[in-house]
Design a protein around this ligand. Structure first.
Ligand code: SF4
Length: 426
């Protein structure tokens, strides 16, 4: 949007304006946001700074002086940032805190941000949904993002057309509670959207960001499976493998119900589908027995990638004041969760040893021995020797593993041609 208004967008200092899209999911995320805003100024003395997204929305609850930013812009009005920035540079008097009228629970509007083209990424992250009304007992996000809203379909399809016309091969659909896209909560509107996107010329891959388990149905999964460009990877947050902890978290499923969802996915997509997850450890009520049980469940569920977070109490949520394991215990549990995650990812990756995989090149590292890398459809990072342009499709044979990373030997140039041009080579 800034490019459309004649600005230059740069990734290296010096810059006149730094904009930080922030997160408020943990206290650490907020601390990192403040550090980054200070870094903007150190790297470009005199620059202006704008903070937006969830941490900004959280600050809006108290509106205390916030010296790290010139403007603090709340959720659902990020589309106004270019105009606000220009007003700032013209020296117009502006309130430091900028927010949408009403409260997050009364908002119905879509934040009309648009992605015109990719500057530094190969994958196009297309936001299609915002807000959540699930109110898990630990989560501040449903308080800051407001009620679920969906982006108009026409705007999504337009954005995908624009991105693919500019060479973007992979579309990643994102949202706070993606399964609520279309309002029904049963995933089917999302499935139909994926089908429509797949019919746009140039779309080579479609995948999801995180998908909550509540909206996964057989009909939805079947629609995805029958869409050739849909990548067989699901990131579905489990959070805990203990029923009592899940009940306190207000997640709305039991371990058995979650396991049934995994079976459904594996039945429909086949056993090699990659399912990754999030774990929240050190939650109030998680004793050591519950934690050990969670590790066992996670191992049995055969996840690939694991993201592990120690519980961070967020003011304004029910779990904020509940008695909980100590910080040290939570951090120790997180370390053990991360260690298990490395084992699981390596175990999952080992299924690809000796197999042929395909990547969309994301970047080339120009070290002494240059290599390029990208993700496979199953969302494993694969590395090839040599150089390649971002966005190219490359195939290779997995010759070795480095933890969860695939080290590949390139196939011949002929094998890198699209299917139709390979002169009968299968
Ligand atoms: S479903 Fe996700 S975004 Fe919604 S309240 Fe729970 S953790 Fe937060």
């Amino acid at each position: 949007m800034f490019l459309e208004r004649g600005w230059d967008v740069v990734s290296e200092p010096p810059w006149d304006l730094g904009i930080l899209f922030s997160c408020s999911v943990t206290a650490v995320a907020e601390r990192k946001s403040r550090a980054l805003l200070r870094r903007f100024l150190r790297q470009s003395p005199g620059c202006r700074r704008i903070l937006c997204s969830c941490y900004a929305q959280n600050l809006l609850r108290h509106k205390k002086p916030f010296p790290e930013a010139d403007l603090v812009v709340g959720n659902r009005i990020k589309y106004r940032i270019p105009q606000l920035a220009e007003a700032l540079f013209r020296g117009e008097p502006l309130e430091q805190y900028q927010e949408l009228e009403g409260t997050p629970q009364t908002w119905n509007s879509w934040d009309d941000l648009k992605l015109f083209r990719l500057l530094w990424h190969t994958r196009g992250f297309v936001k299609i949904q915002d807000g959540c009304d699930h109110f898990c007992s630990y989560c501040i996000i449903s308080h800051l993002r407001g009620k679920p809203v969906s982006r108009p379909e026409e705007a999504i399809l337009e954005e995908v057309c624009r991105l693919t016309a500019g060479g973007c091969g992979e579309i990643v659909l994102t949202g706070i509670h993606l399964g609520r896209y279309g309002g029904t909560g049963n995933g089917e509107p999302l499935g139909r959207l994926v089908q429509k996107i797949s019919r746009i010329a140039g779309v080579r891959r479609i995948r999801f960001g995180s998908l909550e388990p509540f909206s996964i149905t057989p009909a939805f999964l079947t629609m995805l499976r029958d869409t050739p460009q849909f990548c067989p990877h699901f990131h579905i947050p489990l959070q805990s493998g203990n029923d009592e902890v899940l009940r306190r978290m207000k997640r709305g499923y039991t371990v058995r119900e979650f396991a049934n969802i995994l079976s459904l996915i594996r039945n429909i997509f086949g056993e090699h589908v990659h399912v990754s997850t999030d774990l929240l450890v050190g939650f109030p009520g998680e004793d050591s027995q519950a934690f050990e049980g969670t590790l066992k469940v996670v191992e049995e569920m055969n996840f690939g990638k694991l993201h592990v977070f120690p519980f961070s109490p967020r003011e304004g949520t029910p779990a904020f004041s509940w008695p909980r394991p100590s910080r040290q215990e939570a951090e120790e549990r997180a370390r053990r969760g991360v260690a298990l995650g490395e084992i699981l990812l390596a175990r999952y990756a080992s299924r690809w040893l000796g197999q042929t995989v395909e990547i969309l090149v994301e970047k080339t590292e120009s070290s002494e021995e240059p290599y390029f890398q990208g993700h496979t459809p199953h969302f494993l990072l694969a590395r090839f020797p040599g150089r390649a342009f971002s966005g190219e499709e490359r195939r290779g044979r997995v010759a070795a593993l480095a933890g969860g990373e695939l080290l590949c030997t390139p196939l011949s140039e002929k094998d890198n041609l699209p299917e139709d041009d390979r002169g009968g080579v299968s």
